[in-house]
Each structure stands twice: as C-alpha cells, then as structure tokens.
Design a protein around this ligand. Structure first.
Ligand code: ATP
Length: 229
C-alpha cells in the first residue's frame, strides 16, 4: 500500500486555478522526484499535501487516512516532515535549540542527526542566524528529521547553494536513503542528482501530472518536452 497517495488533486488561489489533477503515489521507503518547469505547480502540490492550502478537488491520503479535514500540525504529527522552500529555522535560537525544539521520539536523536550533518555538530552552540546558507539548509533538513517523519518532503533544498555544499546535501540524502526507511518526496532542478537518489519520478505540466514512472525510464524525449533539458 502507498504511504502517500495524492489522487487527482485540484487547487486554486482565489479565482486562479493552479492544479488541475496531480496524482502521486509514494510507497514506504521510496524516493520520489517531483519534477516540472518553473511555475508548473510543484510547490503548490507540496503545500496541498501538507494542508497549508485547501483542495478544490481530489484527495490526499497518508497511510490510508484521508487528510482532507486535518490541520497542518496534524499532518506533521502523523509523520510528514517538510523542508519548505527557503529554509525556515528559528534565527535567534542556537543550532542545538532548533533541533531540540523539533524533536519527537524515534530513531532520529540529536547525536544521530548531527552524525549525518557533522557541520552542525561543530556549531551546536551557534545561533542559526549566523550560519551560512548551506548550513541553514542542513539545519532545516535536520530539524525535519528530528520530528522522526515517515515521509520527508524537500522543496528545492539545494537552491542557490554553492556546488560543494550542494554535494554535501546530496551525499546526506543518499545516506539517508541507504541507512533508513524514510520515504522522500523531493523537488530539485538537478535531474542528474535526482537520478542518483530517486526510484521514481512524477512530472507535472501546468498543474497536471503528465508522466510518471521509474526515473530510469525518464527518456530524453520526456525531459526535453516537459523539463526543457
Ligand atoms: P517554482 O519552481 O518556480 O517554485 P512551482 O512548480 O513550484 O514553481 P508553484 O509555485 O506551485 O510552481 O506555482 C504554480 C502556479 O500557481 C503558478 O502559476 C503560480 O503563479 C501560481 N501561484 C503560486 N502561489 C500563488 C499564490 N500565493 N497566489 C496566486 N497564485 C499563486
């Protein structure tokens, strides 16, 4: 059974409809890439999954349960860890305080999380505001892990970062995939990096799912047509 099941969802911002039928299935422990050009609806899809915006059609189920009437905090509590676009940490708090504030019981404890991101371990007492952009992004991912999610959602987690920092984040995500059973839904612009981690991909175009399958089957024709690469 799917862990996350997004069934033909529609979303509107006031009078302007953004999603016209997006469907995504993510199995337990699976890594799914959510792809599409700018403005095609990736962030809106993620916001709808996390109940940060309402649906005008379709359904989102997590572990078989319809989340339609749930507030966002209940989605988080059920095991969906979101790393939103533009990394959100509590700037005045230290790295350690940020991590502890997010903690919920499970395998992801402070030592384990810090082992995945050693840079954070070296900066536990430092204020989040003083971290580099890449370190803040690592902290945002680490915070989501500390909630012990069953599904981790990453929206453009490597956006705007230096190549070396981007590599560190991809390496951490690959370790995460190898060493744990957490499912991941990931949006990123780098098809090459996505191909090293994702099992499957969904491509959306103007608010609709237009392709889904094994990421190995994402041919040049599909990526030229829908991703412009
Ligand atoms: P990007 O890669 O640029 O972040 P995206 O694929 O995540 O793009 P969305 O941000 O989901 O795309 O946007 C989908 C559509 O919804 C776009 O047409 C966008 O202009 C519109 N949209 C997004 N947020 C809002 C909003 N708050 N109010 C009105 N329209 C919005």
């Amino acid at each position: 059974m799917s862990l996350l099941s997004v069934e033909d969802i529609c979303v509107a911002y006031g009078p302007s409809q953004a999603l016209f039928g997006v469907s995504i299935e993510v199995g337990p422990g699976e890594v799914m890439a959510l792809m599409g050009r700018n403005g095609m609806g990736k962030t809106t899809t993620i916001r709808a999954i996390c109940r940060l915006i309402g649906l005008s059609g379709g359904a989102v189920r997590f572990d078989g349960r319809d989340m339609a009437s749930w507030p966002a905090h209940r989605v988080a509590r059920a095991g969906v860890g979101l790393v939103p676009e533009g990394r959100r940490c509590f700037a005045p708090l230290t790295v350690e305080e940020n991590l502890i504030a997010a903690a919920r019981p499970g395998e992801w404890t402070l030592p384990r999380t810090v082992a995945l991101f050693p840079r954070l371990g070296e900066r536990l007492g430092q204020r989040a505001a003083s971290l580099s952009g890449g370190e803040q992004q690592m902290l945002a991912i680490a915070r989501a892990l500390m909630t012990n999610p069953r599904l981790l959602i990453l929206d453009e987690a490597t956006e705007g970062l230096a190549p070396v920092v981007r590599q560190e984040i991809w390496a951490a995500l690959r370790r995460l995939k190898e060493e744990t059973g957490v499912a991941i839904l990931v949006v990123d612009k780098s098809l090459r990096e996505l191909a090293t981690i994702a099992d499957r991909a969904v491509v959306i175009e103007r608010g609709s799912t237009v392709w889904s399958g094994s990421i190995r089957d994402l041919t040049g024709e599909v990526s030229e047509r829908y991703l412009g690469v």
